[in-house]
Design a protein around this ligand. Structure first.
Ligand SMILES: C[S@@+](CC[C@H](N)C(=O)[O-])C[C@H]1O[C@@H](n2cnc3c(N)ncnc32)[C@H](O)[C@@H]1O
Length: 247
């Protein structure tokens, strides 16, 4: 896993599906993977992952926001992902851990915790990540198949706690541009990549990769985001897996 892989640009050339459309095949690189979207909100990520072929479980403690996500999902012409996202409103990741305790579920191949931890109290951030990680599939060495990389992988994205992030996400996006309601973010809850690495290492995970996500000007109309490995000053994303010695 490397967010910096240049070949992704070349692969993206096909991501509009032109080759697959030509041969009437859906572009489904995530087919066969079970993904958990923690704090799915309006379901944007869940639907995108399902469109790429994943079977997605999408949870959020908010009932109303998940109802909206379901409405959009069923009313849109989203035939490809229809049926591939199971939404559970009123469900936190901690609730899901309790529900899954007594079943024989193998766990999820991928768990996404994107833009969630900066909305959780500082005392609960590590607990949330630990709960999310406990839902990952654990590598079973006896069933290790060729091409199977072992245990599952957790993705976390959040905002770094820097002067620049204060200027951009709170002063800029909330107070000046009003893209978000004032008070959406609390700068004190932002976390650096090192802080999240420290948290997950405490319960046995390793860092697989970390990359910044930056916004290119102009900062209005269509937002133009890109991965920029060495700039984690504001938005960033990381991938984490359990150390092989723990599996
Ligand atoms: C800013 S939204 C992010 C939505 C989505 N992940 C995205 O990136 O577009 C944060 C969401 O996290 C949810 N959330 C907060 N605490 C949670 C928890 N303990 N378990 C699951 N979701 C949680 C909130 O209800 C909210 O909908």
């Amino acid at each position: 896993m490397n967010f910096r892989d240049d070949s992704s640009n070349r692969i993206n050339y096909d991501s509009d599906g032109s080759i697959n459309d030509n041969f009437h095949r859906p572009y489904e690189p995530l087919k066969g993977l079970r993904v958990l979207d923690v704090g799915c909100g309006g379901g944007v990520l869940s639907e995108s992952l399902a469109n790429l072929g994943a079977d997605v479980v999408a949870i959020d403690p908010s009932v109303s926001i998940v109802e909206k996500a379901q409405d959009i999902s069923t009313s849109s012409n989203n035939h490809r992902c229809n049926g591939r996202v199971e939404y559970f409103g009123g469900t936190s990741v901690e609730d899901l851990v309790i529900k899954c305790k007594d079943n024989d579920d193998n766990g999820f191949d991928v768990v996404c915790v994107l833009e969630v931890i900066e909305h959780v109290s500082s005392e609960n951030q590590q607990g949330l990540l630990k709960a999310a990680s406990s839902l990952l599939r654990i590598s079973d060495k006896n069933e290790h198949k060729d091409g199977d990389e072992g245990g599952g992988i957790m993705f976390v994205s959040t905002i770094n706690r820097t002067p620049k992030s204060f200027a951009m996400t709170i002063l800029g996006a909330e107070c000046i541009m009003r893209y978000l309601p004032v008070g959406t973010h609390d700068w004190n809850k932002y976390l650096s990549p090192d802080e999240v690495s420290g948290m997950v290492k405490d319960f046995g995970m390793d860092v697989v990769d970390v990359s910044g996500m930056t916004l290119r000007p102009p900062f209005f109309n269509e937002m133009n985001w890109r991965l920029q490995a060495d700039d984690t000053d504001v938005n960033w994303i990381g991938a984490y897996s359990f150390s092989s010695c723990n599996n």
